[in-house]
Design a protein around this ligand. Structure first.
Ligand code: HEM
Length: 767
């Protein structure tokens, strides 16, 4: 019988034999010259090559049994893409073994090989093949649903279902795919130990004046930018339970240390569920280390409203008057329509106390993750329909498609404007805004479009830097009255994945008013236990998951390099010792790091990033500030549809642009809430008598866009196009609307009954 050692010797000799075969195949076409072989070649002649045949051989070895697709298969599902990504990493590993490559060579040389000349090429699906911009057809006026063709030279830049880009090379334990390790080669400290020691729940309101709306809007923007493709059960779309014995190869549960007071001490839980993100494949299917897929389009384009691909986009549209489907379940109370119910895969991301109770459907599946998202999604979907109605009245000759696309373009521009005019200046401060060219011109165009800038979101942004917002979270969401008096609050743990309060008449407004009155927590290392102990807590339990542990573990499994590497990337004073951290991080946190980590080189980026003291007039510290500013700078410069761009087929007229520049988030809230009467002009900052005093929604102090700037004068012959009755989408929708209308009454009664049930079963949840 073979012992493991013998087995290893056997494998090694087989590998060496193959390597030598490869060595001998000098006649074959060279895919990658390896200069270092020159020196160990006995004859000292020429360079050694990895040949295309070597790559094909390694690929077939890697494929065995797991690929599950035929050559020439296109439109791969998430799972097929993940399998393919896995096989490409395994091919990389095999070549690395055969040719004794270093981590650096794996990262920098293997991706150069043109795999189109190997068998990988025949499996590389068409959606992953680069194509010339002239294949973009004439889709130049409006954004495509999946973000393709934003850039004519690189049509895939910023498209959905493609990998995140890297600002600096990844740092995997094995150089290819395994979770990051210490510079000593040993595992990094347990994420829960870091969470429990550094990211304690200490309630400190933010030292500046930001409202909870600031955090909520930040999360909404993130949901316009990143959604890392998740590993879920392929049939139920439910989470895979690694802690309950599921043996998925991607399981990376966090083991809770025995001295943990909450999980072990109070709840005897030794394990927090977690699974790796799906593997992705880069454009043209190159070799190289593991990459992760962004399920969303990169540009700020309102995809959380519209979806990131054509299928989702169609499901959300009503195909009448350019509008989105919304349901008038609260019309009896003279309230505006709300988001439609999520009836397909209703349990995906939703806790349903009753089979007839549904969460909401929106462009981003996380709409139900916590209630503030549901609130903002509703407001922006209503804004779309409000604008579509107005445009329809102004340009009665526009058909549904034109109304939808024009409205989508305006709403996308409004979101860009609010983000760069209200959110980023607060987050980053004046100096960083100027340094990275993020400032807007007060009126008119700005001519900064650079087609060489790649808008693809960097991995570090989603896996660490933009998760800064987890530190700002309070432990409950407040409800306030129309005259700005506190009414009550509900803990997050009671409404994760349960947005049912929004079915209650008047509650959407109350939560909105809460969001613009309630303070955010401080940006620091403290994180509310609502997310470090109770994340996604099931109604029957008193514990959930730990988001801080998950953030740390997630960045490690995505190969995000450590904090010192990012300081270097940002040209900040280097971290060479524990004491060199003192300039930006408190003594107590450094002491905790010293106790936990073997070396300052190992410290995890998310943990240190939220712990950095914020720089003057900003919310965040220098490292996150630099990563976030660089990302938003690329998003501004590299977006052909950037709303301030002049002279392109998709550009707004000067008059239209100046109308968009009037928009404020508070205006959007006023126009789309049910009955809000007054609000402070800057909704991300708390109201204050001198700086941000509340004003009337009806007054001139909150200017409104004048949509007459979009009036199209067409002469006498234009006619309104009626929806094509043969269009299958129109028909399907009509059936849906009728179905909802029939159900409305029952659904409404039922939802309210359930909602009352939920709240009465939690008597302590109300203040
Ligand atoms: C109650 C509020 C929030 C909850 C419950 C929440 C929860 C989560 C969860 C469960 C994840 C996925 C973790 C993983 O598996 O890796 C996540 C990811 C993320 N969160 Fe939050 N979050 C909240 C607020 C925020 C805020 C305020 C921000 C930023 C301002 C933010 C930014 C992000 C980002 C950038 C990601 C990565 C998304 C991706 O690429 O998939 N979150 N959050």
């Amino acid at each position: 019988m073979k012992t493991p050692l013998m087995w290893r010797v056997f494998v090694l000799s087989a590998v060496l034999a193959q390597g030598l075969d490869a060595w001998r195949s000098d006649h074959e076409e060279c895919a990658l010259p390896l200069k270092h072989f020159k020196y160990i070649s006995p004859s000292g002649y020429g360079e050694k090559c990895i040949t295309y045949t070597n790559v094909t051989d390694a690929f077939h070895e890697a494929c065995r049994g797991i690929l599950g697709i035929e050559p020439g298969t296109d439109d791969l599902t998430d799972i097929q893409l993940d399998n393919f990504g896995d096989v490409i990493q395994e091919t990389t590993r095999i070549l690395c073994d055969w040719f004794g490559l270093t981590k650096d060579q794996v990262r920098s040389l293997l991706p150069i090989i043109n795999t189109a000349n190997t068998d990988i090429g025949s499996y590389c699906p068409k959606e992953l093949k680069s194509y010339p911009g002239n294949d973009c057809g004439n889709g130049i006026g409006f954004r495509s649903a999946d973000g393709r063709c934003n850039n004519f030279v690189h049509p895939h830049w910023g498209a959905s279902k493609l990998p995140f880009k890297r600002f600096i090379p990844p740092d995997y334990g094995d150089g290819i795919k395994s979770i990051r390790t210490s510079i000593t080669g040993f595992p990094l400290p347990n994420p829960r130990s870091i969470s429990a020691r550094v990211h304690k729940d200490i309630a400190r309101p933010h030292r500046t004046d930001i409202t909870f709306m600031f955090a909520a809007f930040g999360q909404l923007i993130d949901h316009d930018l990143t959604l890392t493709a998740e590993t879920k059960d392929p049939i139920t779309r439910q989470e895979i339970k690694c802690c309950s014995g599921a043996s998925h190869p991607y399981c990376i549960p966090v083991n809770v240390p025995t001295d943990d007071q909450f999980f072990v001490g109070s709840h005897r839980q030794r394990c927090i569920d977690m699974i790796r993100s799906l593997a992705g494949v880069n454009i043209d299917c190159p070799l190289g280390p593991r990459v992760q897929t962004n399920a969303l389009t990169s540009a700020i384009d309102g995809n959380f409203i519209y979806g990131s691909n054509e299928n989702v986009a169609k499901k959300l549209r009503s195909f009448e008057g350019g509008k989105l489907s919304m349901v008038p379940v609260l019309a009896g109370h003279r309230l505006k329509p709300i988001l439609p119910p999520k009836k397909h895969q209703p349990d995906d991301g939703c806790i349903r106390p009753h089979p007839d109770l549904y969460c909401f459907l929106a462009g981003d599946n996380r709409v139900n993750e916590q209630l503030a998202l549901g609130v903002l999604h509703t407001i922006f979907a209503r804004e779309h329909n409000r604008i579509a109605d107005e445009l329809c009245a102004i340009n009665s000759h526009w058909d549904d498609e034109r109304l939808y696309q024009e409205t989508r373009r305006i709403v996308g521009a409004m979101i860009q404007h609010i983000t760069y005019n209200e959110f980023l200046p607060k987050l980053l401060g004046k100096h960083t805004m100027r340094k990275y060219g993020l400032e807007l011109s007060p009126t008119g165009y700005s001519n900064n479009y650079d087609p060489d800038t790649d808008i693809t979101i960097p991995a570090v942004f989603g896996a660490a830097a933009f998760r800064f917002g987890h530190s700002l979270l309070p432990d409950a969401m407040e409800r306030w009255s129309v005259d700005h008096k506190f009414l009550g609050s509900r803990r997050f743990s009671e409404m994760f994945q349960q947005p049912y309060d929004l079915h209650k008449p008047g509650w959407l407004d109350q939560y909105l008013l809460g969001m613009v009155n309630q303070a955010s927590q401080a940006m620091d290392d403290a994180v509310t236990s609502q997310v470090t102990n109770h994340l996604f807590q099931e109604p029957a339990n008193d514990y959930g998951k730990d988001l801080a542990s998950i953030n740390i573990q997630r960045a490690r499994e995505h190969g995000i390099p450590s904090y010192p590497a990012w300081r270097q990337f940002c040209k900040l004073p280097p971290i060479k010792s524990w004491s060199s951290m003192l300039t930006d991080i408190s003594n107590a946190t450094i002491k905790a790091y010293y106790d936990l980590y073997t070396s300052p080189e190992d410290v995890d980026l998310w943990s240190a990033g939220v712990s950095e003291r914020s720089i003057e007039d900003s919310i965040i510290g220098p490292t996150f500030g630099c990563i976030i500013a660089k990302t938003f700078s690329d998003l501004k410069k590299g977006d052909r549809f950037w709303y301030e761009n002049p002279g392109l087929p998709n550009s707004f007229t000067l008059e239209q642009l100046n109308e968009i520049k009037k928009v404020k988030l508070s205006r959007v809230i006023c126009d789309n809430s049910d009955n809000i009467v007054t609000i402070q002009p800057f909704a991300l900052e708390q109201p204050s008598q001198y700086k941000n005093n509340r004003v009337s929604c009806k007054g001139y102090l909150l200017p409104q866009m004048d949509l007459w700037a979009w009036k199209e004068y067409t002469g006498c012959c234009s006619k309104k196009k009626v929806p094509n009755p043969n269009n299958p989408n129109t028909q399907i929708h009509k059936v849906q609307v009728n179905e909802w209308n029939k159900e409305d009454d029952n659904l409404q009664k039922f939802i309210q009954a359930i909602a009352v049930n939920i709240s009465s079963s939690k008597p302590n949840s109300w203040k």
